[in-house]
Design a binder for this molecule. Structure first.
Ligand SMILES: *Cc1c(COP(=O)(O)O)cnc(C)c1O
Length: 384
């Protein structure tokens, strides 16, 4: 079977997967072991120590590579650990140009940890790709792109950024957590590194924290593997198994996330109590055309601002929702609601936050795969 030829809906199930060699188990066993017997020193069956490699993690890593159309996948203990590994490719004095509207934890890692090691970060508006080049110097070594952005759902033209990264020979990493490979495949568009918080859509059941990197280039893969093994922020076999199991239904879950997302975006947009809805599927969304070109659907992430509302009103709405659980995170089968200003984006200073539109009354939905009528009734009662 030439698995590179498989379509996405088959890759999520079969990509990089073979029945286990010992007993033909269809799902890879959870190899809950730290070490492996050797015949003579160095003579083993491919695994020596579970930080360096574990068969259950390998099965997941092969799946990750397959679904992102990459050659190499690496799994980490969290999305942040995966980002941390990318930043360790850099040296003091190097510069990073990043999307300004990004996951709060990424901002925190950049500003509060890696700035102390002499890496310089610039957070810029990337919706207009022509805006990027003026921030690039000969010290710029990494472009960091998150699209759709969190929580404003702006879309960045990946191909446009690829052109800049190639021209200046700078690595381009894309945080593909929000879209998932079902909707968007950045390596095919020319990005160098795809990063995932597999905690979200890939695993999809809110039961595991896990991160992933996927690349095509062998030299880059070797460097990242070296960091993964040297720093050791790996995920365990049980979590690898759960993520792999989640990936097998990614396509059917995403299809429903998109359907429900579209209905809820339209419902909110037509609602008299809503001021603004952010969702890339609207024809009126400023980057709708790019979204249509680089994504195969618009997903289930939606942000909105209720009319004339304050911090307190927004809190009241999120507390009144019953089927939407008030919680951090996203991408699970269950619908979640969040208040970015006090939750995911609390680590970003208020002025920085408001510059990109994360006002105090902004509410973010991760639309799950429940019955759409039940979800809309829940929103209706909370808004009333
Ligand atoms: C959650 C998230 C992360 C961080 O991943 P963890 O698995 O929580 O460490 C990074 N980027 C985005 C877009 C996220 O949503």
């Amino acid at each position: 079977m030439n698995e590179k030829k498989l379509n996405f809906n088959s890759k999520v199930i079969h990509g990089g997967q073979n029945p286990d060699k010992a007993y033909g188990a269809v799902m890879p066993p959870i190899y809950q072991t730290s070490t492996y017997a050797q015949n003579t020193p160095g003579d083993h069956l491919g695994y020596a120590y579970s930080r360096s490699g574990n068969p259950t993690r390998s099965a997941l890593e092969n799946s990750l590579a397959s679904i992102e159309n990459g050659n190499y996948g690496m799994a980490f203990g969290s999305g942040m650990a995966a980002i941390d590994a990318i930043l360790k490719l850099l040296s003091p004095g190097d510069e990073v140009v990043s999307t300004s509207d990004l996951y709060g934890g990424s901002y925190r890692l950049f500003k509060k940890v890696f700035e102390n090691y002499g890496i310089v970060f610039q957070f810029i508006e990337m919706e207009d790709v022509d805006n990027i080049e003026k921030y690039i110097s000969n010290k710029t070594k990494l472009l960091w792109v998150e699209t759709p952005t969190n929580p404003m759902m702006s879309i960045i033209d990946i191909k446009g950024v690829v052109a800049i990264s190639k021209k200046h020979n700078i690595l381009l990493a894309v945080d593909n957590t929000f879209a998932s490979p079902y909707l968007q495949q950045p390596l095919d568009l020319g990005a160098d590194i795809v990063m995932h918080s597999a905690t979200k859509y890939l695993s999809g059941h809110s039961d595991v924290v896990l991160g992933a990197l996927i690349v095509n280039d062998k030299e880059l893969a070797d460097k990242l593997y070296f960091i993964q093994n040297a720093s050791g922020a790996i995920c365990g076999p049980m979590d690898s198994f759960l993520a792999l199991r989640g990936i097998k239904t990614l396509h059917v879950r995403m299809q429903r996330h998109c359907e429900n997302g579209e209905k809820i975006a339209n419902y909110l947009n037509a609602h008299s109590k809503i001021e603004k809805v952010y969702w890339p599927g609207f024809v009126a969304h400023p980057n709708h055309q790019i979204a249509k070109e680089q994504m195969s659907g618009f997903g289930g992430m939606i942000s909105f601002v209720p009319k004339g509302s304050s911090y307190k009103d927004a809190i009241k709405i999120v507390e009144s929702l019953k089927l939407f659980t008030l919680a951090e995170s996203l991408g699970g089968v269950e619908s979640l609601v969040g208040h970015p200003a006090s939750m995911t984006h609390a680590s970003i200073p208020k002025e920085e936050r408001e510059k990109v539109g994360v006002v105090d009354s902004l509410i973010r939905l991760s639309v799950g795969i429940e019955d759409i009528d039940d979800l809309i009734s829940d929103l209706e009662q909370a808004l009333n």
